[in-house]
Design a binder for this molecule. Sequence first.
Ligand SMILES: [Zn+2]
Length: 106
Amino acid sequence: MNADQTSYYEPTIWPEGVIARYLTVGGAHVDITHQMNTLTPPEPYATLATCTACPATSEHNHHRLVWGLTSQYEEHHPDLADRDAREWAQAHAEKCRAMPRPEVTQ
Ligand SMILES: [Zn+2]
């Protein structure tokens, strides 16, 4: 028997939809993806940062409620959501020491 120990860590292959990736101090990743709604065509409604080694995630909605003169209304700020997600990912990557879990091979 030849145990297959390969490909548990492939930094060059990013999962589909990953727009940014941060290497954690534990050797895992924080991946940033867009959460898509179910409309046709699907549109991103949030930016999600997910650690691949621990349960930590952080979702940043693209729509923000802001107060106008008389009422609240919604503004669409995907760029701000991306920025916040990247800041969270950077901060988490600097402190997360969870090890990446080897891929389950079938
Ligand atoms: Zn983590």
